[in-house]
Structures are given as C-alpha cells and as structure tokens.
Design a protein around this ligand. Sequence first.
Ligand SMILES: Cc1ncc(COP(=O)(O)O)c(C=O)c1O
Length: 414
Amino acid sequence: MHDRLTTRRLFLQAAAALPAIATSPAQAAPDKNPELLSPLEFGLDPKLTYFNTASAGLTPKRVLDRTIEAWQKLETDPVPMAYYSGPGTVVSAADEVRGKAARLIGCEADEILLTRGTTDGITTLSSSIRLRAGDRVLLSDQEHEGGEVGWLHRERRDGILVDRVNIPIGDHDTSAITGRFADAVRPGTRVICVSHVLSPTGLRMPIAEIAAMARSRNILCVVDGAQAVGGLPVDVRALGCHAYATSGHKWLIGPKGTGFVYVSRDAGELIDPPQWLLGRNFGSNSAGLGPLTLMVGLGQAIDDLAAVGLARVEAHNVRLRNRFYSGLSKISDLRLVSPPPGLSATALVAAELPQRIDSKVMRERMRDRHGVIVKMAEKRWFNGIRFSPHIYNDEHQVDTAIAALRAELGNFST
Ligand SMILES: Cc1ncc(COP(=O)(O)O)c(C=O)c1O
C-alpha cells in the first residue's frame, strides 16, 4: 500500500524541495489528491482526524523547527539579534516576512503590518481610522467576534454607530447580498467591514463588488480574511479593498499567534496604524519588540505553501469539501447551510443538526468516540457542525468523518 509511512518518507525527502514538487506535472494533476502533507508530519495526536483548520491549522514540524532555530539564535546575543537590522539578525529575518506576505496577497512589503492574528489586525485597523461620534460602520450579521470587537469597542467608547446587513444562514445569493450592502449605506457610513469567507458557512463573499460599491461612495472597505489566506489565492489589488486582515495560524498553518494586515497605499492617512509612526519595519521603535521567532516560522509556512501553489491547495480543499457536501446531503437528518459546489464554495462546509441534538454534545461524541475533530457552529447562528479540510486531509478521512456522524445521528434517534 502507498501508505502513510511512504507518504511520510516522501514528504521528509521532499520537504526541502517543495518547489520541485509543486511544478511536477504528475503531482499537479487536478484530479489527484496531492497528499503533500501527511498528518505524520505534524504533532497531532495520531488517534485524531482533524477537520478544524478554520479554528486553528496544524503547524508542520518543519515550521516549528525553523521557529525554534530562530529562537536559539536570538538567545545567543539577544539585543543585536532582536534590535539590529542587517544581515543575519533575527529581527531582519522577521522583517523579511512582510515581503513574503506581500508577495502572497499581491501588494508591497510596506503595505504589510505583522500582527498576532485577525482579531489583532481588525482591532488595529478600527483604531487607526479617524471616526467621530455618529459616524457609521457597516458589518454583516455573520461576522466573527474577531472582526467585530474593535468596532464595538469604538461604539462604546467614541459613540460611532454599528449597522448590520442581514445574511440569513443558507442564503448564497451573492448579488442580492451586494445589493443589500448598497441599500444599507446611510449618509454617515464611513467604513464597511466584512469577511472574505463567512466563518459559519464558508460562503465566499462578493468582496470585489462590495469594495467597488464602497469606493464609489467614498467609504473605506476593510476585509476580515481569516478564512481565506492560505486556503485560496488572494489578490488584494484585484479585490480593491482598502485594508485586509488575516491570521497566520489557520489556513497558512503558521505558528499560533501570528497574522498580518494589508493597508493599501491609496488609503493614505485615512488608515494610520500607530505601529507605523516611526517606521514600517517589524521591530521599528513604534512597534516595539514583537514575537520575532513566531514571525520567522510564519515566513517558512508562507514559503512552503506558496511553493505548493495556492490554486492547487484550493483545488484539493474544495475537492474534499465537495465530498463532504455530497456525503452530508445524503443524510436526511441534516440541513446543509453551506453553498453547493461552485464559485461561492470554499473549504468550509457546515450542516444544521435536528433540534433534538445538541451540537456541543455531537462535537464531543465525534471527538471522544471517533477521534474526529469538528467545530460546533456558534448557537447564535444555528445548531450545527462545521468541517474545514486542508492539505493534510484526504478522501478516506472525509469518509471516516461522515460515517462517524451517521453513526452518532443513529445513536441519538434510538
Ligand atoms: C472570520 C473570522 N475572523 C476572525 C477570527 C479570529 O481570528 P484570530 O484568532 O486570528 O484572531 C476568526 C476565527 O475563527 C474568523 O473565523
């Protein structure tokens, strides 16, 4: 059998040469599971099957090794390693990650601010925009807390007003959604902040259309890209948004506590993070001493994923989510709330459970009885569960997870 051990050996041999893998025509065949990253390359408990990348990705040992190596170097001579720019210092290696992130999402290094994650990024953005009492910010009603908290804080502290566009769970009509955003703009609306991929259902939002509408009305468009970068190709210039925040520890499978923000140069002084006051480099005096070693690890993760190719990663993930979609749609007890296969679908796929079944109990039974890790949908949205496959998953694991869910649904009905 071309089993996990073979896959492990191949990956270990190939890890240092990921670009070569990525350009091999045989490996790139669209209908083949690339199986680039076996779960054995990760620290995951071997009894677990992991389908919750949308909460936190599995970081490869190779990325951890790079992080620890940077940490050891840092401790050989902390002050120059952490503060002096120039060849060979850890702060310089961390600063280079701005360029890697920029190449990944199609902008310039000076438009990137390295952060602790998406919540940190959106909160930084919300406090970097000049807003007065009575100014309005427009969100969707499916935003994650991380994309909301900065605005809600300013609502409480500064008297700005937060409006929300309703997107009913299961509504996948993206042109109607764009229309509702346009209709919800009021005279005081200064900012629209919306997810690129909605976390409850995985719906890919019409960001280019919303951003174009915002620009035509002199409104800033800020995007929460927590569920996009690393899972699919993202081009911030093509999207046309003014700012974009994402996490390093989800789809980019980088170290936990990493992320970055893009601020378009053409947003000028309208978006003005305090960390940039004395220089845009990571480690500038206005940013202070940050998590240098985690950023070096993030750089490794970006390099490896970019070498695999984001289009290829997306194709793999969508193939797995479509397999979930088809398997789950045959279970009459479930209501699928994610879009059907097609342009609005992403790697996240979620289903509503019957009311008699508590999603928290289901999540725990899936874990305790089958070793399958899923996310319980937040109850304010629906009583359900969400799967988010990534490049370390394969078809067999999808079938295992569906079988586990079927078995547990059967247990509840008896
Ligand atoms: C849409 C969205 N925004 C923000 C976050 C929070 O991200 P972080 O942990 O990087 O702050 C999440 C996490 O699930 C998310 O789904």
